[in-house]
Design a protein. Structure first.
Length: 616
């Protein structure tokens, strides 16, 4: 069999092949071909050869590539250490002295560098290889796959170097895709070329050429999420700037003079909240109020997210918040958690009875959970001038950093657990195909995806302290919420309704985000070839009023089997990862949480083995 892409997704499948082979192969010999120009384990995204300044956005104790007893799957559990446990057990000895020093001083709550993660993933690959059946042949082709064709009884993977691999079954784990520009982005690129401007489209930050952003020149950045944080790191500390402690728990930034002046904004106008540095008293639990089967059973034929789904999701998120408040801070609530949960279930969410219940339960009004304010912290605010806007956003950032580092605010982390509980159940609703096309596009892939990422995918706390220091130094200047960008007069302009009549102009614009999906516009020749022949199906949602293209390759949710343009399942081709609808496949996850990724990679591996056996 062949696995195209040897990053975390591909290596997870390799490990599961070894775990399931004894049961499903019946003693038959196994040959595995890995196709990837990068080193197996880290792959492209987590390769060692990137800036030492770039970090994971996850604590070391929350990163694993192994199954554990929490994983519900058909294959056997083969446990292994988290990144933190691996470091403590001394299983890796990096040659790089800086990475070795980091390894030796790693704590459970450390946010490791991507270089250290690269070493962990390389070690995980070695364990996956060691777990293959005796006599297995393993071949790594340091090449790119450019096509996949039927060849008699085999699947032929065509390589860029002129060779090929014939296999009984193939797994496509090609990861994040670079895509051709289209629509507004293509028009922006044409405008930039015509006027001698610089436009950096969405992409993986570590791979982009940032030398085009000139020192001292203004640059407009659209997006304040994780890609923005990486961008700022590379444009500041990556260009020789440095931080010193200011004596009051904060940082002071000392510019090198090589930085551009960064004008950044987004819909919310504020950066993502940082990850918490403490553990909540109430651990994550299965959802109590969000039941996808019940929603499908009790809702109309066509689902509208905010009408039919959001009340259940909001109740689950709210329950995560108040459960933690009851558990960790019982003096701040009246009654008990079970009594509260039952009372909540008995009244319509968001109505007057619900609001009255919350007021009677919570001792201090400041502890009331406010989802709209959480989602849009600057909603409706306006400012007399740009310095006032900067002070307000810095104040907000300081507040969220404090709340994410102080266990007195642990209820907010409980709400994050509620969001994660909903996230794990939502795929069942999407797979039903019952969302109206507009609600799927605007509400689910639009608002919900942004809300989830904002609450659950923040950067390490230090990054937020760095953003504060950069703002105070004038290197980073916030544009404001509901940021708009336009090309006019041979320049780029940006502004915000929060600062009426004020604009910033620049000759450079950066879209600080990853491309969404792959779609037929992928720059990967393999993916493009399959789309071109109708052998990949783009996931779409369509009704008589709206058509939504997600840009993702549609696969069977059960095991990642590839679907062709007619929706037919291919018996020998499987795919998973961020270019597919099986986006959770193969990512390292938190131990003890029965992650979707572990369940999916096990299902993929078992189907691949069965497909190979059936052809012999």
């Amino acid at each position: 069999m062949a696995i195209v892409g040897a990053g975390p997704s591909g290596v997870s499948v390799l490990e599961r092949l070894g775990a399931n082979a004894a049961e499903l192969l019946g003693g038959r010999p196994l040959e595995v071909h890995l196709v990837d120009p990068y080193r197996p384990g880290p792959g492209r995204i987590w390769r060692y050869e990137q800036s030492p300044l770039l970090m994971l956005n996850t604590m070391a104790s929350h990163v694993t590539m192994f199954t554990d007893e929490s994983v519900v799957c058909a294959g056997p559990v083969r446990s292994g250490p988290s990144l933190y446990a691996w470091a403590r057990e001394g299983r890796g000895t990096p040659d790089d002295p800086e990475v070795r020093h980091e390894l030796e001083n790693l704590s459970e709550t450390s946010f490791p560098t991507r270089r250290l993660q690269s070493h962990y993933l390389s070690w995980v690959f070695e364990q996956a290889v060691a777990g293959l059946p005796p006599g297995t042949g393993l071949h790594h082709h340091r090449d790119r796959a450019v096509d996949l064709r039927e060849h008699g009884a085999y699947q032929r993977v065509v390589l860029a170097g002129g060779g090929h691999v014939d296999a009984d079954a193939v797994v496509l784990a090609v990861g994040h895709q670079d895509v051709e520009l289209s629509g507004e982005q293509a028009a922006t690129a044409v405008y930039a070329g015509r006027h001698g401007l610089c436009f950096v489209p969405p992409g993986y930050t570590a791979d982009q050429d940032l030398s085009v952003l000139r020192s001292g020149a203004p640059v407009i950045v659209r997006g304040l999420g994780l890609a923005f944080v990486d961008l700022v790191v590379l444009l500041t500390e990556g260009r020789g700037g440095r931080y010193t402690e200011d004596g009051a728990g904060g940082l002071r930034y000392l510019p090198s003079g090589e930085e551009p002046v960064i004008h950044a904004g987004s819909r919310r106008g504020v950066p993502f909240p940082p990850k918490a540095t403490y553990t909540p008293a109430s651990p994550p639990r299965p959802p109590r109020f969000f039941d996808s089967e019940r929603i499908l059973r009790e809702s109309p034929e066509r689902l509208d997210f905010f009408r039919d789904v959001w009340p259940h999701a909001a109740r689950e998120i709210e329950w995560g918040y108040y459960r933690e408040l009851f558990t960790a801070h019982p003096e701040r609530v009246r009654g008990g958690p079970e009594e509260f949960a039952e009372a909540c279930a008995a009244v319509p969410w968001g109505g007057p009875e619900h609001r009255d219940l919350l007021r009677r339960t919570v001792v201090h009004p400041g502890d009331l959970f406010d989802i709209p304010r959480l989602d849009r912290p600057l909603a409706g605010e306006t400012f007399p001038d740009r310095p006032a806007l900067q002070r307000r956003i810095r104040g907000h950032v300081r507040e969220v950093v404090e709340r994410r580092s102080d266990p007195r605010h642990s209820a907010e982390l409980g709400a994050v657990h509620g969001v994660l509980a909903v996230f794990g159940q939502l795929p069942a609703l999407l797979e039903s195909g019952r969302f109206s096309a507009r609600s799927r596009a605007v509400d689910v892939d639009g608002w919900w995806a942004g809300f989830f990422n904002y609450l659950a995918s923040g950067p390490p706390p230090r990054r937020m302290r760095e953003l504060l220091a950069l703002s105070e130094a004038g290197v980073l200047r916030f544009v404001g919420p509901d940021m708009w960008v336009r090309a006019a007069g041979g320049r780029f302009e940006a502004g915000s309704p929060a600062l009426p009549g004020s604009t910033v102009t620049a000759s450079a614009l950066v879209e600080a985000r990853l491309p969404v999906g792959a779609s037929p516009g992928s720059r990967d020749p393999l993916v493009r070839s399959l789309y071109g022949r109708g052998q990949l199906l783009e996931d779409t949602s369509e009704d008589d009023r709206f058509r939504h293209r997600t840009g993702l390759a549609a696969v069977d949710a059960r095991d990642g089997a590839v679907l062709d343009a007619a929706g037919r399942r291919h018996p020998r081709r499987f795919a998973l990862g961020p270019f597919t609808t099986a986006v959770a496949g193969g990512n390292f996850t938190r131990p003890g949480t029965n992650p979707v990724s572990s369940r999916l990679t096990d299902a993929v591996a078992r189907s691949v083995l069965l497909a190979a056996v059936s052809g012999r």
